[in-house]
Design a protein around this ligand. Structure first.
Ligand SMILES: [Mg+2]
Ligand SMILES: [Zn+2]
Length: 166
């Protein structure tokens, strides 16, 4: 089985500008140390999986296609730097429009990824910048979920995760 680090997207991977929804490539600013952090995780054989709520889709502000385009853009930048994200999961729903069972704090996206990628959840981690990220990680029984401030570097957390696994 594989170990994984689940990453929230907005405020962790890319700059959460306070604009609330990021869905254009030109607004997608990758946070400091993200490439180095993902490289470190991949070099140490972790799966890296994005789990993100994208309620703006349910609200009609943008489409799944635009979300996929942003993820492709990110993946291309990572590949140019010899690393990559193993998979992307997003919840397109929003409580104000329709209830669903995938929106964080639900652990469903994490559980689906675990099944598909043969991930040992009890040896895996999550990094997020909101309470509902941590609740999702806890509900999935991850080893540990780390809460950062929005747009804070995750490099030291990734180094700690690697060191624990040496
Ligand atoms: Mg976030
Ligand atoms: Zn959902």
């Amino acid at each position: 089985m594989h170990k994984a680090v689940f990453l929230d997207r907005d405020g962790v991977i890319n700059n959460d500008t306070g604009k609330y929804y990021t869905y254009k490539v030109e607004d997608f600013i990758i946070n400091k140390d993200i490439i180095e952090s993902i490289s470190l995780l991949k070099q140490n054989k972790f799966k890296v999986i994005v789990v993100t709520n994208q309620g703006g889709i349910a609200k009609g502000i943008y489409t799944s296609k635009e979300v996929n385009k942003v993820h492709e853009y990110l993946q291309n930048i990572l590949k140019n730097n010899n690393c990559y994200i193993d998979d992307f999961y997003f919840c397109p729903h929003h409580d104000s429009i329709e209830q669903c069972d995938c929106r964080k704090p639900s652990p469903k996206m994490i559980l689906e990824a675990a099944k598909k990628h043969n991930i040992d959840l009890s040896a895996s981690y999550l990094i997020g910048d909101s309470k509902r990220d941590i609740e999702a990680g806890d509900a999935a029984n991850l080893k540990k979920s780390y809460k950062i401030n929005a747009n804070e570097s995750i490099y030291n957390i990734c180094r700690n995760i690697i060191n624990k696994n040496c």
